[in-house]
Design a protein around this ligand. Structure first.
Ligand SMILES: Nc1ncnc2c1ncn2[C@@H]1O[C@H](COP(=O)(O)OP(=O)(O)OP(=O)(O)O)[C@@H](O)[C@H]1O
Ligand SMILES: [Mg+2]
Length: 219
């Protein structure tokens, strides 16, 4: 599902690359934890995979397509269709209702409008927010917002979820609940996931753990 080969990232003016020659893969339906010390480059790696930052060398293949050889428009289309994102800071849009937020990936992937309400309703139910569709994000707790973000990441049924500390802003109990939801929904939809986490508990619940160190990846 995801194949990363020889990926190297160096910021301009930086003395040494953040990472060099990273190689790993995530199989269809596989859930992989990405751990490592703060500042080692986990978010940078996720952003490079997502195409939000450019890497200096190497390739990222998503669903057998080389992201870096595609034109920007084509890359954006593939990303919209195949990838779902969950960020630490939720990134829920404040001027849209909960249901409208979840609908955003459907608009980007041209899922027929007739299907939107059904899909959104089902996912709201699955993340425990059945009556929240018409609410405004400002009225939700952090744990509820992160569940909205999870529903939004899954609504277009992507084959790959990229999650950067999806439970980092939540108390341990809520974090555990939200993570369970994310893992259950991924397993239900056979969605592969790469989840950045500082939690050993979270990593233990994934199929595999990759550790990013200043010297590279350790499995
Ligand atoms: N534009 C930039 N120019 C130079 N260095 C940068 C730039 N952006 C990020 N960095 C550096 O890249 C390194 C990796 O940052 P990154 O955010 O990927 O770490 P992380 O592993 O996600 O850390 P955390 O666990 O704290 O989120 C850091 O040392 C950071 O200061
Ligand atoms: Mg980070």
């Amino acid at each position: 599902m995801l194949l990363v080969s020889g990926l190297t990232k160096r910021h301009p003016n930086a003395l040494r690359p953040i990472f060099r020659d990273l190689n790993f893969s995530v199989l269809a339906g596989q859930i992989v934890a990405l751990v490592g010390e703060s500042g080692v480059g986990k978010s940078t790696l996720l952003n490079c995979i997502a195409g939000l930052e450019t890497a200096e060398a190497g390739s990222v293949q998503i669903d057998s397509q080389n992201m870096m050889s595609l034109a920007e428009a084509e890359r954006a289309r593939l990303r919209a269709a195949s990838v779902g994102f969950v960020f630490q800071a939720f990134h829920v849009l404040p001027t849209l209702t909960v249901a409208q937020n979840i609908a955003v990936p459907l608009l980007l992937t041209r899922v027929p409008v007739a299907e939107h309400a059904g899909r959104i309703g089902t996912l709201l139910d699955r993340v425990g927010l059945a009556d929240f569709g018409a609410r405004w994000p400002a009225s939700l707790s952090g744990g509820e917002l992160q569940r909205v973000a999870i529903a939004r990441a899954l609504v277009h049924r992507p084959q790959l979820i990229l999650a950067d500390e999806p439970t980092g802003n939540l108390d341990p109990r809520t974090a555990n609940e939200v993570l369970s939801l994310l893992l259950e929904r991924c397993r239900e939809q056979n969605t592969a996931a790469l989840i950045v986490t500082h939690s050993a508990q979270v990593a233990a619940r994934c199929d595999h753990t990759l550790t990013l160190t200043p010297d590279g990846l350790a499995a």
